[in-house]
Design a protein around this ligand. Structure first.
Ligand SMILES: [Zn+2]
Length: 362
């Protein structure tokens, strides 16, 4: 009896379902057709847009087409830049706020994986806390990196990447913020040290110079060391490890403070025998060999300063293209050249520059 009733109910229920299905069928067919119509419309529109774009391309000048090509290339390289940025967290996503490694995926933002820290509950991406944070146009970052390797001037970068000169300036300084601090921590064996000078420059500063502005780098009004010049110390061992720094003054205390932390205890220092460097060597307590260049002696067996002097001349040759560097930015340019010179044999790839800019090792 109960079984019979159940069978009747089941038949009634399935008939109701069938009726409901038949009733909704035309609506669903109509809905499906509308969707198909919309897709066709969209593709027609895209075809129309595409025709308009290609027609516009034909009317462009070669320079304008180059700009379009640059923008298209940037769209193509954006994924590669994103992969490189995200690769910072390949092992584990480290929270830039509290340095904890307990983060969970938390959606996406600006095309990057977003994380949420389980400890401090703040969110972050692989760019948060890096010098490249909040920079736009990620598709052009690898080209910016290539421009650093090529040593392009700001105007050349702006033209090649189709960005404003002020953007090129900001990008350069953000990309160099970390390489500026990558230096040899220890000089071993025979180390050579020597100073060179750069013209004091307030490039980019529009007021408060206290003297007439020089044009495009220019020359110092007095010969020799003066307060118009900024001294830079370069020390380099025979394996090529290099440290340099802008000096506040050329005296024993300043030179000793700069050299002492990097010179290995058993290092042998070669200098041109200037009083300040000789006194610094005595103060540090390392073996010191002074080369009397003014007497025409350039090499005394293993003792010479030819490596460091060759470095000076490479640096000066390279920096000349910038027609004077603002003194406040000089450490960045020194770091830039150190990176170039360190990898001069093979050259740094754009991906390596980008990794360095993000705090990785090239
Ligand atoms: Zn945290």
């Amino acid at each position: 009896m109960l079984f019979g009733m159940l069978r009747v109910y089941f038949r009634l229920f399935s008939q109701m379902l069938l009726v409901a299905h038949l009733v909704s069928l035309p609506a669903r067919i109509l809905g499906g057709m509308a969707q198909v119509r919309r897709i066709i419309q969209e593709s027609e529109m895209r075809k129309f847009e595409l025709k308009r774009i290609t027609a516009a391309l034909r009317q462009m000048s070669p320079t304008q087409r180059k700009v379009v090509a640059t923008e298209l290339a940037a769209l193509d390289t954006q994924p590669a830049s994103t992969v490189l940025v995200e690769s910072r967290f390949t092992a584990a996503a480290t929270c830039p706020h509290c340095k904890a490694c307990r983060a969970i995926r938390h959606g996406h933002a600006n095309g990057l994986q977003r994380y949420r820290c389980r400890d401090c509950h703040k969110t972050f991406s692989a760019l948060t806390g890096t010098p490249l944070s909040r920079l736009h146009k990620r598709g052009k970052w690898l080209d910016q990196a290539a421009a650093l390797q090529a040593g392009l001037t700001l105007h050349q970068v702006a033209e090649a990447l189709n960005i404003h000169v002020s953007t090129a300036h900001r990008w350069r300084h953000r990309f160099l913020a970390l390489p500026e601090h990558i230096q040899a921590r220890s000089l071993c064996g025979i180390a050579e040290a020597d100073e060179t000078v750069f013209l004091l420059s307030f490039k980019g500063k529009r007021s408060g110079l206290g003297r007439k502005a020089r044009k495009r780098g220019g020359k110092a009004s007095k010969r020799g060391m003066s307060n118009e010049q900024v001294p830079v110390l370069v020390a380099r061992d025979r394996a090529g490890a290099t440290m340099d720094c802008v000096l506040a003054a050329i005296d024993m205390r300043t030179l000793s403070a700069a050299l002492k932390p990097v010179l290995a205890k058993d290092a042998v220092l070669c200098t041109d025998g200037s009083p300040a460097l000789s006194a610094a060597a005595r103060d540090i307590g390392v073996e010191h060999h002074a080369i009397n260049l003014s007497a025409g002696i350039h090499v005394d067996g293993a003792w010479h300063v030819q490596n460091v002097n060759a470095y000076h001349s490479r640096l000066k040759n390279w920096i000349r293209r910038f027609r004077g560097v603002a003194t406040c930015y000089l450490p960045k340019y020194l770091g830039w050249f150190r990176a170039l010179d360190r990898e001069s044999a093979s050259g740094l790839k754009p991906a390596q520059w980008l990794a360095m800019a993000l705090g990785g090792v090239a």
